[in-house]
Design a protein around this ligand. Sequence first.
Ligand code: BTN
Length: 271
Amino acid sequence: MRFDVAALLETRALARNLEHHDVIDSTNIRARELARSGAPHGTCVVAAEQTDGRGRRGRSWHSPPGAGLYVSFVLRPRIAPKDAALLTLTAGVALAEAIGEVSSADVQLKWPNDLLAGPRHGALARRKLCGVLVELSADVQRLDHAVLGIGINLKEQQRPDGIGSYATSLEALGGAPDPARLLATLALRLEERLDTLERYGAAPILAAWNTHAAGLGETVAVDGEGPRLEGLLRGLGPDGALQLETARGLRQIYAGDLHLPGMTRPGDRSG
Ligand code: BTN
C-alpha cells in the first residue's frame, strides 16, 4: 500500500513531511527517533505493516500488511506539560470527525483513547475501530514534543486471541475508504483541532469530545488507581477528568480503563 497523500493535503504542516515504510517495527518508535533528531512539527510516519505495533499500557497493536492505517505524527504543540493529556482527547475528536467524513460509520469516543463503532447493543455492539497512543518528551517546564500514534482498522483480518469479537473495521462497517484520503482528512482535522487547543484552551476540545462520547448517562465501571468504581458516566468535566456519579458522590478520574455495558475486551492486547 502506497500513500499518494501530497496531492490531497490541505494542511500547513501536518503530514507535509512524510516518511513511508512498507514494513517497520512501530511508526511511534520511528517518529520518536525523528523527533529526537529535530524533525519539525507535523512530521508523519506511515507504514503498510508493523511488526511491533504498540498500544496503551504495554499492549500490542496487531498490524498485518494493508489491513490498517498505522500512522504517527511528531507534534510540537505550544501547550503546557500539565495539559498534555488533552492531546489524546484532541486526537480523538479529530479522528471522529475524519472518519465521519470519509465513511458511513457511526463512531463514538471511548475514554480515554479508543474510537468505537457499531450499535449500542447486540453482537456487533461497540467494537473498537481505532486506538490512539501519545508518548511525551517533557519536563515540568516544557513539552518538547509528543509522538501521536493512531491505528485505524481498515480491513477485516484474522485477529489473535478473541480480538475478533472486540474489534471492527471500516470494511465491515460499509467499506474501507482510500487510505490516502483518510490520512489527508485526518491530518487536516488534527491540525485544526490542535490550533483550537492552542488558541482557546481545553474547553472547546472537551465540549467536542463530549458530543462524540460513548456511554453518557449509562452505568459503567472504571478501573483506575484505586478500587474499581461504578456509576453513571457524566463525560469530561472542565479540567478534562472523567466524571462518574457514584453512590458516594461525583468522582473525577484522571487515568484508567473504562468498561461500557455490552463490550467484551481481551485482557492484554488491542487492535
Ligand atoms: C491503543 O488502543 O492501545 C493504542 C493503539 C495505537 C496503535 C498505533 S498504530 C500506529 C502507531 N504505532 C504504534 O506502534 N502504535 C500506534
